[in-house]
Design a protein around this ligand. Structure first.
Ligand code: ADP
Ligand code: ASP
Ligand code: MG
Length: 476
């Protein structure tokens, strides 16, 4: 078999490096080292990148200041971003022509940012479309820098904006891929490069609608980009490189004793991600599951650690216990309450219809002990709007006292314990409640989850860390 034929037969790997993995000179060097050493075993590798850490926040913060008319703050943000990228590139690139190429590219994109902010300031508003144009700049910068560093190391690479690969609807800030178009584009553009031994370095987070307008997949969406591209080009594996040793029993920032979970099932990981474990974007699991792609999560700064491997089914020995604890902050629990609710038809359907009308995402619906109340959690920032919408929808029930009250709590946290078969294992829920009770943590609601692998509880925000640490003690 010729080298070309061998190449075409070799399996494809998609590696995604998150913000901290490209956040500094050392981190980029380390990530590039991982790419070049992996190529020996995986000659067909696609690299998906996030923006340098903090950059997406800075960009969106600048746009927010511009909305308030504070052009000076927006311009200051653009100078900070320019200088951050220039300095990082100077620390990485020895070849002067590469450095000049990067700086020119950088200045063009930073000018684009300043112009967008100027326009936003004049209008006094930033549309979701404008915000996606702004947010996209971080990844458009990081891929060029990474490609130039790879080139200096002798790795043939090409940077590609995923606006050419991932085609989406026009749901700006949380776009959905058009799978057929994405498959067609990605196969057409990526596979020939891979077959020539060129490493495509692709922006995470971004797509474009059918008019070619830039969209984003949602914050933290680069993981999802990697999964989408892997499914589109039928990759064998996806490796998510981040700043911790894989998926852990809790967020190591909250629980010092958090440990790596060596293997986790799709369902468990999906629940963990959905309920706040930032280590993986919740939408990442589905495409890799559907396409039978292997997924691992590994630490860029500890590459010899095997991290976490996703497995189709939990191992028998793991069934039944609590495997991990996670938390989602910044929620509000909305309650519709009234003794007359029993007789009111379709309260839930109407309530969720009204909530959906505000464009708000309900993350959990709580288990009511009677039919006299319904509670559900929404992001705190949307709480007032949701209550107003519900009061409108139930105007007549409120006036004839079939519904007594619709109210929202202040800052609440959803704490979730995850583990396969847990809900069928007698005693787990009891242990959870008695552990929290002993620490005087007040549980305001219990979630009615559809899956068998998670139990969620709502607690007041000040109790979050105590609740997570207490429940972490129950992890096997
Ligand atoms: P990246 O920039 O690589 O995408 P993120 O910051 O999005 O990285 O996600 C990694 C972070 O997720 C970790 O630094 C950690 O603090 C946090 N995290 C939250 N829950 C977990 C968990 N259960 N396991 C591992 N990390 C977690
Ligand atoms: N840079 C984007 C964000 O900060 C996407 C990502 O890092 O996954 O949300
Ligand atoms: Mg992330």
């Amino acid at each position: 078999m010729s080298i070309e034929e061998e190449m075409v037969k070799s399996p494809i790997l998609v590696m995604k490096f998150g913000g901290t993995s490209v956040g500094s000179v050392d981190a980029i060097q380390q990530s590039c080292e991982i790419v070049s050493s992996t190529l020996k075993d995986w000659p067909r590798t696609v690299v998906v990148l996030s923006a340098l850490s903090g950059v997406t926040n800075q960009l969106l913060e600048g746009a927010a200041r511009a909305t308030e008319g504070d052009v000076t703050a927006a311009m200051a943000a653009s100078e900070q971003l320019r200088s951050k990228h220039h300095t990082t590139a100077e620390g990485l690139l020895e070849d002067m022509s590469g450095l000049a190429e990067f700086k020119q590219h950088c200045d063009r994109l930073i000018d684009e940012f300043s112009n967008l902010c100027g326009a936003i300031a004049i209008l006094g508003e930033a549309t979701p479309r404008a915000l996606d144009a702004v947010a996209s700049l971080g990844e458009r910068l990081s891929i060029r820098l990474f490609r130039l560093v790879l080139k200096e190391r002798g790795v043939p690479a090409q940077d590609i904006e995923s606006t050419r690969l991932i085609l989406t609807d026009s749901n700006f800030q949380s776009a959905h891929p058009d799978w057929d178009a994405t498959r067609r584009q990605s196969q057409q553009l990526l596979v020939p490069l891979l077959n020539q031994g060129v490493v495509p370095v692709v922006t995470g987070f971004l797509g474009a609608n059918s008019d070619g307008v830039t969209t984003t997949l949602g914050r933290g969406g680069s993981d999802y980009s990697a999964a989408i591209l892997a499914a589109a080009i039928r990759a064998a594996e996806v490796w998510i490189w981040t700043d911790v040793d894989g998926v852990m029993t809790a967020d190591p920032r909250i629980v010092q004793g958090a440990r790596t979970i060596p293997s986790i099932s799709y369902l468990e990981l999906a629940e963990l991600a959905y309920f706040g474990a930032k280590v993986l974007h919740p939408k990442t699991v589905r495409p890799v599951l559907d396409a039978g792609i292997q997924l691992s999560i590994r630490n860029t700064f500890n590459p010899d650690h095997s991290g976490t491997r996703l497995v189709p089914r939990p191992e028998k020995k793991d069934e039944g216990g609590i495997k991990a604890v996670t938390a989602v902050r910044g929620q509000s629990l909305i309650t519709i309450e009234g003794s007359g609710m029993l007789g009111v038809p379709g309260v839930a359907a109407r309530a969720f219809g009204a909530v959906a009308g505000t464009g708000t995402n309900v993350i959990l619906i709580s288990q009511a002990s009677s039919e006299q109340s319904i509670s559900f959690a929404v992001p705190l920032a949307a709480a007032d709007q949701v209550v107003t919408a519900l009061e409108g929808a139930f105007k007549s029930e409120l006036s004839n006292r079939e519904i007594d009250r619709i109210w929202a709590t202040g800052d609440a946290v959803i704490v979730t314990v995850v583990g396969s078969g847990m809900r069928h294992t007698p005693g787990v829920a009891g242990k959870v409640f008695s552990a929290l009770g002993e620490k005087n943590v007040n549980v305001t609601a219990i979630a009615q989850g559809s899956s068998e692998v998670a139990i969620s509880l709502v607690v007041d925000s000040p109790d979050m860390e105590l609740a997570v640490r207490t429940l972490h003690n129950l992890v096997k």
